[in-house]
Write a protein that binds this ligand. Structure first.
Ligand SMILES: [Fe+2]
Ligand SMILES: [Fe+2]
Length: 525
């Protein structure tokens, strides 16, 4: 028999010790090894070692490379009867897992696999976006003939509605994505659990729609990545009773290795298939290769947000409303100066905000404007110079950013100074990425900075009513989330700041400087 295993350690030897009693290896076989590279990926050391001659129908105990756990194997019989287990197209989904469980329980001698071992993807990655009683369900199939419809209903297994969707795909160097399906379902009832299935087969998922009015709870964590810390952040978010997840950029850390977008989808699917996940881009979503026009091709293809629904022309910035909250997702990596399309769109969006219907106004983007960590110092300055006056005039309550791998919360601040009508700025780039934490701070702590800590964690924002919200930050401490920072925040509507600034906002919104762009960019004529 050939025993194959893989080690990260390139100096690890290729021998197998084995015998017929546990822990007693009376024979050693030397093997060979290989490895390969695929674009930016380098495999571990792949060891292949042939052991034998072995007795038939006998259990052997063995260990690989002189350390690690003991395994056991049973050799096939010399004659009939002999049992084969057979299953092809394995993949690595929940279905795979249960197939393997069942095979494990049957008393087979040899497993025959007719092709397609690891299948880049037969599985479905799902995440939802939310916009006006609708949700977008996204999933990916390897099968290019798989249809893009979603069946759904409010009882398990009974789908009384079917929504047809669309699909896309992309290529990136040698990588070709699966078929990426985007299907909008709705109108949906608020605060209701729906059961749904994608493409007419596969497992049933369920999602809960957000409430129509307060209270509403947001979970927040940026810079997720796909590490052990990510996993524990996601576990903690899963345990908190949230309605919508807000992610201020840096999702998969694929950094051009496209299969990492697929594994990220698999990692977040258990959460992202059950609640709306609303994201904006970080610098790690920007994947340039020469001659490629769309620098966000993977992100835009996979994480399609309701930008068209909010009058934006780019997936990099959009807005949506949930309960009594208007949320604006800005793009730190799209043009933002006052002649830019993003700035024009932001003004148009702010002019539509109705503070009676949505008394709370939140903004998210990636690179923070208020940051007393030494990491990424000053990276948000240009965007802040361009856009902070506009957000201030509009009476934005809370700004959430990521990028800095730590947590920091400001007092209400504007233009670098404490201001009771400014926004609370929260940096929460602490989801669990592979680059680690940002430990160095500027001292003394600036006056505007109220709390800062270099730990992984997540935030919860519970908007209780039109005047009060409760913000808390939970550190990933061992296996448990420990609440370390919390504060009641009162809305700027209730402190009359919004009323006071109404005239100023009207002046900015009707400022002709950025109206030129909307008529075709002939500003200098
Ligand atoms: Fe990051
Ligand atoms: Fe970042």
């Amino acid at each position: 028999m050939r025993v194959t295993w893989i080690t990260d350690d390139k100096s690890s030897p290729s021998y197998v010790e084995y015998g017929t009693s546990p822990g007693r290896y009376d024979t050693v076989a030397e093997g060979e090894y290989t490895s390969y590279s695929y674009m930016l990926y380098s495999s571990g050391k792949i060891h292949h070692t042939v052991i034998g001659p072995l007795e038939h129908n006998t259990t052997y105990f063995y260990r690989c490379g002189g350390y690690g756990p003991e395994f056991q194997l049973k050799t096939p019989p010399a004659q009939f009867p002999v049992t084969f287990a057979v299953a092809g197209d394995l993949g690595q989904t929940g279905w795979t897992k249960s197939t393997l469980d069942h095979i494990d329980q049957c008393n087979y001698d040899v497993y025959l696999l007719p092709g397609d071992l690891s299948y880049a993807d037969r599985m479905q990655h799902l995440w939802d976006t939310f916009g006006n009683k609708h949700m977008r369900v996204t999933w990916i199939t390897d099968d290019k003939s798989s249809p893009s419809y979603v069946e759904y209903g409010t009882s398990p297994g009974r789908y009384d509605t079917v929504a047809e969707g669309e699909y896309t795909s992309y290529s990136y160097m040698l990588y070709s994505s699966g078929k990426i399906h985007h299907t909008v379902i709705g109108p949906l009832e608020h605060n209701t659990t729906y059961f749904y299935r994608c493409g007419g087969y596969g497992p049933e998922f369920q999602l809960k729609t957000p409430p129509a009015q307060f209270p509403v709870t947001f979970a927040v964590a940026g810079d997720l990545g796909q590490t052990g810390w990510t996993k524990s952040t996601l576990d903690h978010i899963d345990q908190c009773n949230y309605d919508v997840y807000l992610l201020p950029g840096d999702l998969s850390y694929a950094d051009r290795m496209q299969h990492l977008w697929d594994t990220f989808g698999e990692l977040v699917e258990p959460l992202a298939s059950t609640r709306p996940w609303m994201v904006t881009q970080g610098n790690h979503e920007k994947e340039n290769i020469l001659l490629l026009e769309d620098r966000f091709v993977s992100y835009n293809s996979r994480w399609k947000m309701p930008f068209e629904e909010s009058g934006s022309t780019s997936n990099l910035y959009y807005s949506f409303e949930v309960a009594g909250v208007h949320i604006i997702m800005l793009g730190s990596y799209a043009d933002y100066d006052e002649y830019s399309e993003q700035y024009r769109w932001l003004k148009a969006d702010l002019s539509k905000v109705d503070r009676e219907r949505t008394p709370w106004l939140l903004v998210l983007f990636h690179a923070p404007w208020y940051n007393s960590n030494r990491a990424h110092q000053g990276e948000g300055d240009d965007m802040m110079a361009a856009m902070e006056p506009l957000l201030y005039a509009a009476g934005v309550d809370i700004v959430l950013a990521g990028h800095v791998h730590a947590y920091e919360r400001s007092k209400r601040v504007y233009n670098g100074r404490l201001d009771p009508c400014g926004a609370v700025h929260i940096t929460i780039g602490d989801g669990g990425n592979r680059e680690g934490l940002a430990h160095r701070y500027i001292n003394p702590q600036p006056k505007w900075s109220e709390f800062r800590e270099d730990s992984f964690g997540h935030g919860e924002l519970k908007i209780v009513n039109s005047t009060h919200a409760f913000w808390s930050w939970h550190r990933n401490d061992d296996d448990e989330a420990v609440k370390v920072d919390d504060i009641w925040i009162t809305s700027l509507v209730s402190s009359r700041c919004v009323d006071k600034k109404r005239l100023k906002l009207m002046n900015i919104l009707t400022n002709p400087k950025s109206l030129h762009l909307s008529t075709g960019g002939i500003a200098s004529v």
